[in-house]
Design a protein. Structure first.
Length: 242
């Protein structure tokens, strides 16, 4: 099984670097591999997606030595399992609000003894070539990173309890959804929203855990194109020859 470069860098106190996609592109994945990046991530919550696309995404990432990462659509067990069985090794999971939900996510994502993940796809077993199944399951657990999003005021109110759950080391946010939950739609930079986020981050760090921004950084492919086009329109610079 390929290693998880995000976890490797996290353990060394370094940030993994990658590209984020809201559309599928073989070429962008190849580019990330050719540039020796660590991961490519796909937004499966707000972008169009099928399991077949993610299957191809994981195969391409594996072939280029990249760690496949994805935000899954929801917390439904069968959906999470489907994407894990394709070969995802970093998954962001939206809208965590309680300790009970956190415990369920660990149960869904990890094989025993950490959880009760259902056994498993042919890709995960390397098409039957893995002969020591216990070692394979342990290694799969070790190479998986789950990153729940705390993105509501309810989640932050329950954060102390959430942080007691074993098996979750990293948390993402969701500033716009947090603002909505606080009655401040469209105002993620409101002082009250920023205060809640800062206080939550302090609690996460005090518990010996991390924010996703502590361990990963990426360029959004769509926004990078937009920025490049704006630069062209404002500065007159266009395509450069090879």
């Amino acid at each position: 099984m390929p290693s998880n470069k995000v976890i490797e860098k996290m353990r060394r106190g370094e940030k993994a670097v990658g590209i984020s996609l809201s559309f599928y592109s073989d070429e962008i994945i190849e580019l990330a591999g050719a540039m020796n990046l660590d991961f490519v991530s796909y937004d499966g919550q707000h972008a169009a997606i099928t399991p077949e696309t993610i299957d191809r995404f994981c195969r391409m990432c594996d072939g280029w030595g990249l760690t496949p990462a994805m935000r899954v659509p929801d917390q439904i067990q069968s959906n999470i399992l489907n994407y894990l069985d394709r070969g995802m090794r970093v998954i962001t999971i939206p809208d965590l609000e309680s300790k009970e939900q956190a415990e369920k996510l660990v149960e869904y994502c990890y094989f025993a003894p950490r959880g009760r993940r259902s056994y498993t796809s042919k890709r995960v077993t390397r098409f039957g070539l893995e002969t020591d199944l216990k070692a394979m399951m342990d290694r799969t657990n070790d190479e998986l990173l789950i990153v729940p999003q705390i993105e509501s005021i309810t989640a932050y109110e329950n954060l102390d309890e959430i942080l007691t759950v074993d098996g979750i080391e990293v948390f993402a946010g969701g500033p716009n959804d947090l603002a909505q939950s606080m009655g401040l739609p469209g105002q993620p930079d409101h002082p009250d929203c920023l205060r809640v986020t800062v206080e939550g981050t302090e609690k996460i760090h005090a518990a010996g855990k991390r924010r996703d921004a502590d361990i990963m950084v990426s360029v959004d492919a769509t926004m990078a194109v937009k920025d490049a086009v704006n630069a062209m329109l404002s500065g007159g610079s266009g395509l450069r020859g090879y």
